[in-house]
Ligand binder design. Structure first.
Ligand code: MG
Length: 386
């Protein structure tokens, strides 16, 4: 029986993890959950999974939850960053699914790593911001990182049984998001609703906007660099609108392996939960003949500059990726609130990056300072514009 903790249990990845785990009570037991403020969903999860420890963001949410769950014996309810950390390093957990959105997931993920857990990493922003700190901690504390991002799970699966020195490069696929075929004038007028309408994947709001700007792919390039120990030149991106091939590895002999399935996050989540084994009937098998054609094209960095900005940040290194990420989080939120336009997202990120003088970023303090600085600068610029 594998024991599971879920950070961000009421978000999109968290809810799908709960669904998989509830379907396999003979294999998994959830021991702890951390969530924000979606108390109704959280209460349902508590009643279905019977964890012994739960944490929510705010003290008043914890009070409300205690009232709602007063009939449940042996349930400990905590709150705030300290509570989330307790869930992350929960003694009896074997696997921690890290699915808090954005840089808020950084410290809890690091706590799970320092506790030597196997971490199913869905929170790519934490690795983008603090890649060196996190990878060093994983080595030191013998924590295993299993990607819960469809592209990185695909690469991880393609690399099983292969030697690092045999990798020529990895190729991340991108659906291109909901706005792939729009011209610059149309992109200028895009509303949050347009951008939230993803053609293939059902995901949370932040990542759906990131997919539309291609920033998501940029963050994934940085994520792949850390997870697979690759220089930026050895990470390519190709647009593949059908989202059937989730990513590929090209080896030095010129051959390539790809991992394929229908687009469904249950695939990568299940693989991280059951690794090194697999679970039966997770996604509907592909019918290749009825799919017909798979197509590929180069990403257009002129129309979608965020991908290029992320690659620049990776090449510059140090705290630049943390600043890119911080500015992007603020920009996406501002776009969703109609404070800036869709194309304003990349302009804001670029402006904040231009102001930043990176430092090495090999301590968590430097990373947090860079994140705070990036958010503050981005907010100031939005204020000035409006
Ligand atoms: Mg992805």
């Amino acid at each position: 029986m594998k024991k599971i903790s879920i950070l961000g249990s009421t978000g999109s990845i968290g809810r799908q993890t709960v669904e998989i785990v509830t379907g396999h009570p003979e294999r998994f037991k959830v021991v702890s959950l951390a969530a924000g403020s979606s108390l109704e969903i959280l209460e349902e999860q508590i009643r279905a999974l019977n964890p012994r420890l739960v944490s929510v963001r705010l003290e008043k949410s914890a009070q409300k939850l205690k009232q709602r769950c007063s009939d449940i014996k042996g349930l400990e309810i905590l709150h705030g960053p300290e509570g989330t950390e307790e869930v992350a390093k929960c003694d009896d957990a074997d696997v921690v699914i890290s699915a808090i959105v954005g840089a808020d997931g950084l410290l809890p993920t690091l706590s799970a790593i320092k506790a030597g857990k196997t971490v199913g990493l869905a929170n790519k922003e934490s690795l983008v911001a603090s890649g060196k700190v996190m990878m060093d901690a994983a080595r030191k504390h013998k924590a295993r990182l299993l990607p819960v991002d469809s592209e990185h799970s695909a690469i991880f699966q393609c690399l099983e049984g292969h030697r690092h020195e045999d990798i020529e490069k990895v190729i991340l696929t991108a659906s291109g998001g909901s706005l792939r075929s729009m011209n610059p004038a149309e992109l200028e007028r895009v509303t949050p609703d347009d951008a939230l309408n993803h053609p293939n994947w059902s995901m949370g709001k932040k990542i759906t906007i990131d997919s539309a700007t291609l920033m998501n792919k940029g963050l994934e390039v940085i994520e792949a660099g850390w997870l697979f120990d690759l220089d930026p030149e050895r990470i390519d991106v190709v647009i593949h609108p059908q989202s059937i091939i989730h990513s590929m590895v090209e080896f030095i002999d010129g051959t390539m392996l790809a991992q394929m399935s229908l687009p469904d996050m249950k695939g990568p989540i299940s693989y991280a939960l059951s690794y090194p084994g697999r679970m039966r009937s997770v996604v509907k098998p592909l019918n290749l003949a009825s799919l017909g054609t798979l197509t590929f094209e180069r990403p257009d960095l002129k129309r979608f500059p965020c991908l290029g900005l992320a690659c620049d940040a990776l090449r510059e290194g140090g705290t630049m990726p943390a600043v890119l990420n911080a500015a992007n989080e603020v920009a996406v939120e501002a776009f969703l609130n109609n404070d800036i336009s869709f194309l304003g997202i990349h302009r804001l990120v670029r402006d904040v990056m231009d102001l930043h003088k990176p430092v090495p970023g090999d301590t968590i303090e430097q990373v947090i300072a860079a994140l705070d600085w990036g958010k503050e600068k981005a907010r100031q610029r939005i204020k000035k514009q409006n």
